[in-house]
Design a protein around this ligand. Structure first.
Ligand code: SF4
Ligand code: SF4
Length: 408
């Protein structure tokens, strides 16, 4: 079946002229393909970053180009379906952007293209399911919002500081609050804040998803409403600093909220590794012993390449580890674990294949402990390690620090 050209033209009008010029360059190139974790697994031409751009431009040309109007070129549902699949077979890791000799800002473009697909009503059904859960329960797992803080009971957190006013607020995030594999991260950050006698609080049951998944599926309006809600909850507590232990929440709160709300929130956003490094450097956190096993670190794409925090986790690790080694491909060049871009909802087996590759890289270092600092990365790495029957112990940096202080 063919689609109405005017409807497609309307949906395709969200990309800016500079973005279209970038797409044009990209559509003729494939220099970054070997860097792309999804293309490296599936090797289909349409999955080369430039191949996705070419598929997008072909439809854009048919919808908006003069020649297509004159010759009445048709746009089929199948073409849109193929483009949608190609754009969702992507972890939004930004590695293509890092490798690109033309400085193309792919990660933003991918999100804009997903927005086009959303405007067209062609978003894949599994992603629409996610969107529905976010709209109904304010988290992507469809969990009852009243259970958002239940992890504190399971983990046995003795002091739960829900306060009306505080200096510091821990934004826990959905993947840490609701996924059992990550609840020790929330517990670790909490006991570390108590250990350091901070005047701190949570939003609690009123916390909503940071909006990052909504931005990844191109629903900016809904992401904006979540941002407004969270900012109101934080600002009414007169909080000065917000700490996140999730790379996705960090990026959303720090970089996306000011854009979505068209104003700067009245608080500073930091990632837990920045906070821990500061406390170590100031002498507030001291370690009597260092971890004796060899440790390696997986950089979350959203924190390193896309968030600019590369030194901070390494400084924390060198304070607590006797021997720390790098994986092949690290820092800005880090290989994705497969956990980003909503790939788990779209193609979970591909996500696992990508994480297996990352686990193999970590194993090649000879490390016994693989650490990271994002709950989505931890989930993907744990799944990859399980599949591979790897003996690596996988822990978040906050867990490692808390354990080293005998707080876990
Ligand atoms: S992102 Fe850059 S390197 Fe990759 S295909 Fe596009 S233009 Fe080429
Ligand atoms: S963002 Fe990552 S997964 Fe997506 S096309 Fe670029 S390199 Fe591939």
């Amino acid at each position: 079946m063919n689609l109405k050209r005017e409807d497609v033209a309307e949906a395709f009008s969200n990309l800016t002229r500079p973005q279209l010029i970038q797409l044009e360059t990209c559509a003729r190139c494939s220099l970054c393909s070997t860097e792309c974790p999804t293309w490296s697994e599936l090797k289909e031409p349409i999955l080369i970053p430039g191949g996705k751009m070419a598929a997008f431009l072909k439809i854009h040309g048919k919808a908006k180009g003069l020649l297509s109007k004159l010759f009445r070129r048709e746009i089929s549902e199948n073409e849109i379906k193929q483009l949608t699949r190609a754009v969702y077979i992507c972890t939004l890791c930004g590695k293509c952007m890092e490798a690109c000799p033309f400085g193309i800002q792919d990660e933003n473009i991918w999100r804009s293209v997903r927005e086009t697909i959303h405007r067209l009503g062609a978003t894949p059904s599994s992603i629409l399911e996610l969107e529905k859960m976010l709209e109904e329960t304010y988290n992507p797992y469809g969990m009852d919002p009243e259970t958002r803080m239940d992890w504190a009971d399971y983990a046995g957190l003795e002091e739960i500081p829900i306060k009306e006013k505080a200096d510091l607020l821990y934004f826990v995030g959905c993947t840490t609050s609701f996924k059992a594999v990550n609840q020790e991260i929330a517990y670790s950050v909490s006991v570390l804040l108590n250990h350091l006698h901070e005047n701190w609080t949570f939003i609690g049951e009123q916390e909503r998803c940071c909006g990052s998944p909504l931005l990844m599926m191109g629903n900016r309006e809904k992401a904006k409403s979540f941002a407004e809600h969270n900012v109101e909850e934080i600002e009414k507590r007169d909080v000065k600093i917000v700490i996140t232990s999730c790379a996705g929440c960090y990026r959303a709160l720090k970089f996306e909220y000011p854009k979505l709300m068209e104003r700067k929130p009245r608080f500073k956003v930091i990632h837990v590794t920045q906070y821990l490094r500061d406390k170590i450097w100031k002498g507030a956190l001291k370690f009597e012993t260092k971890i004796t096993e060899t440790v390696t670190y997986h950089d979350p794409c959203e924190l390193s390449r896309l968030g600019g925090l590369i030194r901070e986790p390494r400084d924390v690790l060198s304070a607590i580890c006797r021997r720390y080694v790098e994986t092949p491909e690290h820092g800005r060049d880090a290989r994705c674990c497969g956990g980003g871009g909503l790939l788990q909802a779209f193609d979970n087996s591909l996500r696992t294949k990508i994480s297996i590759k990352r686990i193999k890289q970590a194993e090649s270092t000879g490390a016994k402990i693989l650490t990271s600092t994002c709950p989505s990365c931890k989930m993907a790495l744990v799944d990859g390690a399980k599949e591979l029957k790897s003996k690596l112990e996988i822990l978040d940096i906050a867990e490692l620090v808390a354990r080293q202080l005998n707080l876990l």
